[in-house]
Each structure stands twice: as structure tokens, then as C-alpha cells.
Design a protein around this ligand. Structure first.
Ligand code: 3H9
Length: 677
């Protein structure tokens, strides 16, 4: 046999081996090979059982997503899974790494499953806006029951081998290093079995209460998404007394609906966009990286503390420096409290809390940073202060240490001028709360060395961040695009919209919150304290009255003790005052106008960012907005969304309101192009 599938005889056991790097995706050649492998095993009388296993780092990680949307090549995965299940000789799945999606479904077609202890099994299709479309929604509930099937399909998180064993999704745990031998021995044990267990022949018990509870519990998480409900419906179908064939027909119908929809296209776009973001144009992927074994953080405030936790959690020791003992103690105390809260929720073991805290060295002594490989400055946004710190770092830090600033908008090149080593300076813009938010904007200065950039990008994966390279410009990618949105939202207030109306439009769009809810959360007073006598805007007026947002229980909204917002009559008055002072007439503002002014302008700014090469690619901008600002993943990020809406429509909307349209956006709209291919 040629291609990614080969077979190997071990006396009476035929081992069917997939070798399709990097993740053994079930592309056409793999499916054809599997089909042929099973036929070979069945045709040979000396073969009594078969084992399916994979080479490389993982068992099949699912269907080949790159094939989606392309012409279909026989055989389909459902047919291959059915063929395996129908085999009259036992077929055993030997699982290592992650058996995901179609890979999990292949195992469910097998009569028996054996896995190493570190293996994970799951159906993450929902995260691609899909459902397991090769029988998974029908076989999982039949083997493991409705509640687990709901968890696995509609939420998509994989389960451990141990949990899979308990649930019957695997039959045996192999030795971590003896999977092949153990699987062959297991196959031999099962050779000759005539009544082979077949998942399709089992029945699943209906569990309407579990379904109702699951829907209620996850309503918030599933808001706006099509795929979770489709997964749930399929699992219900598997347990409502329908035949397996009818269940499969229903699964296929729902799968195709999702596959043709815009949500899955958006979610698949983000899957690849996230991986693409890790790649740096013009830098070889095998460039030698600088070792990062110890990290220094300057500033033990909210940002510094959160940043430190990322490294501590990844097992990298952190030295955290502050100016005053009290601030240092408070910062270290908050870190401990956060870890203990995670432990209380069962997410960490007490010994993990102690291990993380044991790797933290709080100090007032700047010179303790001398042996750090990476130092991240996380003090407040003031150029002079930052330059002073970088000059100090230049004199203390060892040669080759990477000097990073967590600035969210300041000029990294100017910061670098404070040192004699601008090639070692880079921006690392974490998002708050820095221990939770997945996005990291890595800011490439004019002189940042290639290996510095590559090291920081690789490190970000280690600390479980999704990193995007940004150029030096005001606000980089994310905050730069946020600005027109905020500016236009404020103008709309002046013209007659209310904060509630604007926020509602954004929430209905799928954002976790609207611009004014976000201001209240972040603090209406940000930037105002520098000049508290200034009352030039609605925002200033709110800040001057102590309406600083959620922290003072009033901002653009009034809040009760539980932080529930209600529209504020006082805010309406303040807006009215400003409106009359500006001689503006209040008018009706449509939801469509809100979208055009607040979201189309973001797309326009995104186009400028691309024109200026401040982002490497449009999909990077999408990643920033998904992971940094909660843009709904089912809309694929602002640039993907613009493509879906149609660029001529975006241009027309911008021109209607007199905005200057970015050249790139205009030319793409005229030529029928798109930001993302
Ligand atoms: C499905 O199965 C549908 C069926 O139910 C129904 C069919 C009818 N296809 O993530 P990594 C690439 S839907 C194609 O960096 P890791 C990935 O783009 C599928 N390519 O590695 C990257 O390429 P590059 C359900 C894929 O070690 C490279 O492999 N399954 C696929 O951090 C390495 O990936 C899933 O949703 C794929 N299925 O993580 C699982 N998967 O090097 C999706 C990966 O060019 N995959 N690639 O950038 C994953 O979750 C992770 O890749 C995995 C490994 C955990 C496996």
C-alpha cells in the first residue's frame, strides 16, 4: 500500500498504520487507506483481528478541515466508520495523543478501544461551528449516555483516558510506552469474538431533565452560536427511540446545515488564523531562540501581577520588583489570592499553588533583575517614567536579556532609545486581566532583532497566549481600532442615541458588552485625573461627578450592589446639557446607523493598519479582536465579518456618513477582493 496508510502483520493481527503528519487528519488518502486496510484484513483468513494506530504525535485529530468546502472525494468518513463497525473481525483503536472529532468517531466505529493514560478523547467540532458528522452524535450517547454526550459534543472539551474508561468510551488503558504491544495483545484476546460490540446496535436512554438542565446551565455560553443547539438536538435524537439510521440521517442534515452556514466558515477561519498568527513573515521558522528560564516583572499592580502569573503557572520563575514594600506585599498577596481562588474551584491542587508561589521572588531591589532572561515593565503609561526604567535596565540586565514593555499605546521605538540595545527591546501588550485574557500583542520595534521577536512569540505559546505581531503605532492593532468605535459612539450620544441603545446593538451583534458598559467596567475616569478641572466631554462631566463606572456604582449606568446596571436619568441630563450647548438637534438613530458608524469605522481602521503594515495580515486583526475584546467568534473577527457583509456595502455605508474610506478597502471593494481569502 502506498500513501499515508500502511499495514503491518503481526502473525494473526493486522496493524493498520496512519502516517499523515502533523496531526493525522483524516483526509481523502487516509480514508481510502483505512478502507483498503480493513478490506485487506477481512480478505485474509490468517488475520483474526485488526488494530488501527497512528504514527507521530497523535491519533487522528479529526477530519481534514482544509478539505471543507472543496469537492468531495470518496469515501466519506461516515462510510469508513460504518465499514469498520461492520467488520466481522474485531477492530481495535490504539489511541495516543488526541483522538478528536472524526478521529474519535473512528474509534467509536471500532469494536474496542485501548489508550495510553495521557491520551485525550473528544469531539471539538462545535468549536468549528459544526457537530460530529460521522456518527459521533449517535454513537457517543449510545455508549456513554446522554449527559456526557451533551458535554462532549455541545461544549467540545476533550476528556481524559481515565474518564473515557469510566464512561465506556475506551475499554482498556495501555502502558504509556507500550501501546502497540498492548493493543496487539488486546486484539489477540478478542480474536474469534462473534458477538462484537457495535455502538450502533446499542440504545441510549432519553434524559429530558439532563437536556433541560444542560441548556439552562450553558445558555450564556451558547448565546448567538448555532452549533451547540444542533449538537444537543442530535444527541436528543439518538435517545428518543428513533432508529440508528434515522439518527444518522438527522445528524447529516444538521451537519450540512452548519457546514453551509457563515458561522462555521467564521469559526474555521479563526482556527487557521490563530495558527497563522504565530508565524512571522520574513523570519525562518527554525531561527535559534534565546533561552528564557527566568523572568523579571517591574510593577506589582494589577497588570504586573497578572503578567507574573502567566509565567509562574508555566513553571518559569519570576522576580517581581516594586518601589515600596506595601505595594509589593499587596501585589504578591493578590497573586496568592487568585491562585487560592482557582484551587478552591478545583482548578489547581494546593501543591500547585505553593509551587507557583515558591517560584515568585518579590523584591524592592532592581538589581535582582540582573540574571533575568526577559524583563517586562508594567508600570503606568508615562513615556518619561518608562524611559527612566529602560535606562536603568540597560545598566543592570545581562547582555542578551530581552527588555519588554507592556505599554498599550506608547512608542516602543522611543522607549528603546533609552537603552544602548534597541535590538533587545520589544513590546508585550497583555490584556487585562492578564492572567485570563488570551491575547498578547507583540510589538515589533524598528530595531527589534528577529530572534527577540521569535523568542517572544514562541514563549507566548508556552504561557498559553495567542500572540499577534503588531507594528509601532498609537494603540497598536486592538486599541487603535477601538478608538474610532468609542469616538463614534460618543458622537451618537450627542445626536440622540442613548448608551443603552448603543450597547444593546453591540450585545445583539454578539459582543460581550457595548462601548459604554466597557467604559464603566474599565473606569470612566481613565485619563481624567491628569486634569480633573477639565470638563470638555460627556465623559469628563461624568468623571467630575464621581461617576467612574462600576467601581463607584455609577458611570454611564447606575449600579446596584450586585452590579446590575439601570439607565441613569442623571446621565441623560448630562448628555442633554452637552447637546444643547453644542446646538445639536436630537434625532432618531437607527440600529443600522450604529453598526455603520461604530463597526464599519473599525473595519476602515483595520484596512489602514494593513496599508501601513502594522499587522502582518487581515486574519491577525481578527485574532486580536476575538481574543482581546470578545468579538463573537461566529462572526470571525472584524475583517472576516466585513468580507461576509460584502466590502462594497461597507464602503457605501462609510461614504453615506462622510467617512474617508481607506484606499485598501476601496480597492478591494472595487475589484471584488476580500481581506481574507
Ligand atoms: C471533524 O472531524 C468533522 C467530523 O466530525 C465529520 C466529518 C464528516 N485538519 O494546532 P496545532 C494543522 S472536524 C487540518 O498547531 P498542536 C494546523 O492547522 C475536525 N489541519 O498543533 C497546524 O498547521 P500548521 C475536528 C489540521 O499540537 C498543524 O496541524 N477536530 C487539523 O498545538 C498543527 O496544529 C478538531 O477540531 C485538522 N483537523 O495541537 C481538532 N488539526 O502547522 C483540531 C490541526 O500549518 N486540531 N491541523 O499551522 C487541534 O485541536 C489541534 O491541532 C491538536 C494539536 C490538539 C490536534
Amino acid at each position: 500500500m502506498t500513501g499515508p496508510i500502511t499495514t503491518e502483520r503481526h502473525d494473526d493481527v493486522l496493524v493498520i498504520i496512519s502516517n499523515n503528519p502533523p496531526v493525522n487528519a483524516l483526509g481523502a488518502a487516509v480514508r481510502q487507506g483505512l478502507e483498503a486496510g480493513i478490506k485487506e484484513g477481512l480478505a485474509d483468513d490468517s488475520i483474526k483481528a485488526m488494530v488501527i494506530r497512528c504514527e507521530g504525535r497523535t491519533f487522528f485529530a479529526g477530519a481534514d478541515i482544509t478539505e471543507f468546502g472543496k469537492p468531495f472525494v470518496e469515501p466519506g468518513l461516515p462510510a469508513v466508520v460504518d465499514q469498520i463497525e461492520a467488520s466481522t473481525k474485531p477492530v481495535i483503536a490504539a489511541i495516543h495523543g488526541t483522538a478528536l472529532g472524526g478521529g474519535c468517531e473512528v474509534t467509536l466505529g471500532c469494536h474496542y478501544r485501548i489508550a495510553v493514560p495521557s491520551a485525550k478523547i473528544g469531539t471539538p467540532e462545535v468549536k468549528l461551528g459544526l457537530l460530529p458528522g460521522a456518527g459521533g452524535t449517535q454513537r457517543i450517547p449510545r455508549i456513554a449516555g446522554v449527559p456526557l454526550a451533551l458535554e462532549m459534543t455541545a461544549k467540545g472539551d476533550p476528556i481524559s483516558a481515565k474518564k473515557a474508561l469510566e464512561a465506556g468510551l475506551i475499554d482498556k488503558i495501555a502502558g504509556e510506552d507500550s501501546l502497540i504491544e498492548d493493543a496487539i495483545a488486546f486484539a489477540r484476546e478478542k480474536a474469534g469474538t462473534t458477538d462484537l460490540p457495535r455502538a450502533s446496535k446499542k440504545t441510549a436512554q432519553a434524559d429530558p431533565e439532563a437536556v433541560a438542565a444542560f441548556k439552562k446551565e450553558n445558555a450564556r455560553k451558547f448565546r448567538g452560536f448555532d452549533a451547540p443547539a444542533a449538537n444537543i438536538a442530535c444527541v436528543e435524537k439518538a435517545s428518543d427511540g428513533s432508529s440508528f439510521e434515522n439518527g444518522i440521517a438527522f445528524e447529516r442534515q444538521e451537519f450540512m446545515k452548519l457546514m453551509m452556514g457563515t458561522q462555521s466558515a467564521a469559526q474555521r477561519h479563526i482556527f487557521f488564523a490563530e495558527r497563522q498568527a504565530a508565524k512571522i513573515d520574513g523570519i525562518a521558522s527554525d531561527i535559534a531562540l534565546r533561552p528564557i528560564n527566568k523572568v523579571g516583572v517591574i510593577g506589582a499592580g494589577t497588570m504586573g501581577g497578572g503578567i507574573s502569573m502567566n509565567f509562574l503557572s508555566a513553571g518559569i520563575p519570576v522576580t517581581i520588583v516594586e518601589m515600596a514594600q506595601e505595594a509589593l506585599d499587596r501585589g504578591a498577596g493578590v497573586i496568592r489570592k487568585n491562585y487560592e481562588a482557582s484551587a478552591a474551584k478545583g482548578r489547581l491542587k494546593p501543591e500547585q499553588v505553593e509551587a507557583a508561589m515558591g517560584a515568585l521572588t518579590p523584591t524592592l531591589d532592581f538589581s535582582a533583575l540582573a540574571d533575568c532572561d526577559l524583563i517586562i515593565e508594567a508600570v503606568y503609561e508615562n513615556m518619561d517614567v518608562k524611559k527612566e526604567i529602560f535606562a536603568k535596565l540597560d545598566s543592570i540586565c545581562k547582555p542578551g536579556a530581552i527588555l519588554a514593555s507592556n505599554t498599550s499605546y506608547l512608542d516602543v521605538d522611543e522607549i528603546a532609545t533609552a537603552t544602548q540595545r534597541p535590538q533587545d527591546v520589544v513590546g508585550m501588550h497583555f490584556f487585562s486581566p492578564a492572567n485570563v485574557m488570551k491575547l498578547l500583542e507583540v510589538v515589533r520595534g524598528a530595531k527589534t532583532a528577529d530572534d527577540v521577536l521569535a523568542t517572544v512569540m514562541a514563549l507566548s505559546k508556552k504561557i498559553k497566549k495567542v500572540a499577534v505581531v503588531a507594528g509601532v503605532c498609537d494603540g497598536f492593532i486592538g486599541n487603535r481600532m477601538l478608538k474610532p468605535r468609542q469616538v463614534e459612539a460618543m458622537k451618537l450620544l450627542m445626536e440622540g442615541a442613548t448608551p443603552e441603545q448603543i450597547d444593546k446593538v453591540h450585545v445583539a451583534f454578539g459582543m460581550p458588552m457595548g462601548p459604554f458598559q466597557m467604559s464603566d467596567l474599565a473606569g470612566v475616569d481613565i485619563g481624567w485625573h491628569r486634569d480633573p478641572n477639565r470638563i470638555e466631554s460627556i465623559r469628563d462631566a461624568l468623571a467630575a461627578e464621581g461617576r467612574w463606572g462600576q467601581k463607584t456604582q455609577k458611570g454611564f449606568y447606575d449600579y446596584d450592589e450586585k452590579r446590575n446596571p439601570t439607565p441613569s436619568p442623571r446621565v441623560a441630563e448630562i448628555i442633554e446639557n452637552f447637546r444643547s450647548k453644542s446646538n445639536l438637534q436630537k434625532r432618531e438613530i437607527s440600529d443600522e446607523e450604529i453598526i455603520e458608524k461604530t463597526l464599519y469605522t473599525m473595519v476602515n481602521e483595520g484596512a489602514l493598519i494593513l496599508e501601513e503594515k502594522m499587522a502582518q495580515r487581515a486574519s491577525d486583526i481578527d485574532v486580536v479582536w476575538i481574543y482581546g475584546y470578545g468579538w463573537p467568534v461566529y462572526r470571525g473577527g472584524p475583517m472576516f465579518w466585513a468580507d461576509t457583509e460584502g466590502l462594497p456595502k461597507i464602503v457605501a455605508g462609510l461614504e453615506k456618513h462622510g467617512f474617508k474610506v481607506a484606499e485598501l478597502l476601496k480597492s478591494k471593494a472595487e475589484s471584488g477582493g476580500k481581506f481574507n481569502r
